[in-house]
Design a protein around this ligand. Structure first.
Ligand SMILES: [Zn+2]
Length: 321
């Protein structure tokens, strides 16, 4: 059983596993999911048990994951009768649940919010009931930007780019599903299947999530350059596509360490990698030739402006399609 959300005790809020990953890698936040306590997102169920009744995480801290991250029941996790999160296929202890049903992301956010979610720590002094009973039930926090009531049953909106990307990657073979489910970013809404645009067709429409297989990543003094394998055809001629990542931008990034680990892995792993990005559209530019600086050649290129909307990752399901 995978959970779309889990209640995080210290933040007194419900988080998706992608929120947890974002927090784990954020060097400006004091957050480590191995020290946090996650519980059933169903309020009635959670409040029926004490704080020791926890959920586990899968791929919460692994920078370069392949299999879909999620929250899961532990062998000791209990739920009240009728809780929608009661696992129908409760694993026998010793069985790795992750082997059985973690193959795809089933919770599609309807919107990618371009403003980052903010978190407020629960005050450090929990109220203890006079009779020595358990802590007062926490009141839902209302002081968060963009928090909407009714966010209970699905992670309707996310501000973590990796979440819609995982939906697309892990469901890539289900074209009907990707055609059916809508995604909104900014003012633009389109089904997942068309919001994600192959890099070679980037001229079709601006403002989409572009993706493609990475040919090479070059490490320069001031920047990294991502070259894509596929070329763009323009006026009957093929042009290379690349992206530049400024090292200055990376140095001031709140997830700098994790990002450099992702890039380092990408350069050294020798694996097939795919790049996803949103927010910029590569455009045809004339750049000087290295061999002969008097000459120029055309290339479709863009500078990444927001590292939150850029991912290089393995995506085995996308190979040869
Ligand atoms: Zn429950």
């Amino acid at each position: 059983m995978k959970f779309d959300l889990a209640y995080c005790l210290s933040l007194n809020d419900k988080l998706s596993i992608y929120d947890v990953r974002d927090l784990n890698f954020d060097e400006t936040m004091d957050f480590d999911s191995t020290r946090e306590h996650f519980q059933c997102p169903n309020d009635a169920c959670r409040l029926a048990f004490d704080a020791a009744n926890e959920l586990g995480t899968f791929n919460a801290k692994n920078v370069n994951y392949v299999r879909t991250p999620h929250f899961k029941n532990l062998p000791s996790t209990r739920h009240v009768e009728g809780c929608p999160y009661v696992s129908l296929k409760a694993p026998a202890s010793g069985v790795d649940e992750a082997e059985t049903d973690d193959s795809r992301e089933e919770n599609f956010p309807s919107e990618l919010l371009l403003t980052r979610r903010e978190y407020v720590r629960k005050p450090p002094s929990p109220k203890v009931a006079a009779d020595g009973g358990r802590d007062e039930p926490p009141t839902p926090s209302v002081n968060r930007n963009g928090e909407q009531p009714g966010r209970e049953s699905a992670p309707d909106k996310t501000s973590v780019f990796a979440h819609p990307v995982e939906c697309f990657v892990s469901n890539f073979d289900d074209k009907d599903l990707l055609k059916r489910v809508p995604l909104k970013i900014g003012e633009h809404t389109a089904p997942y299947g068309s919001f994600f645009k192959k890099i070679e067709y980037l001229q079709d429409n601006k403002g989409l999530i572009y993706w493609g297989k990475v040919k090479e990543i070059k490490d320069y003094t001031q920047s990294f350059r991502i070259d894509f394998e596929k070329k763009v055809w323009f006026e009957k001629r093929p042009y290379s596509v690349n992206l530049y990542l400024s090292k200055k931008l990376i140095d001031s990034y709140r997830k700098r360490k994790a990002f450099l680990e992702e890039i380092k892995h990408a350069i050294e792993s020798g694996r097939e990698l795919y790049c996803f990005f949103y927010g910029v559209t590569p455009e045809l530019k004339q750049v000087p030739s290295k061999k002969n600086p008097e000459q120029t050649f055309g290339v479709f290129s863009a500078n990444i402006e927001n590292l939150d909307h850029f991912i290089v990752r393995e995506a085995p399901g996308l190979a040869d399609k």
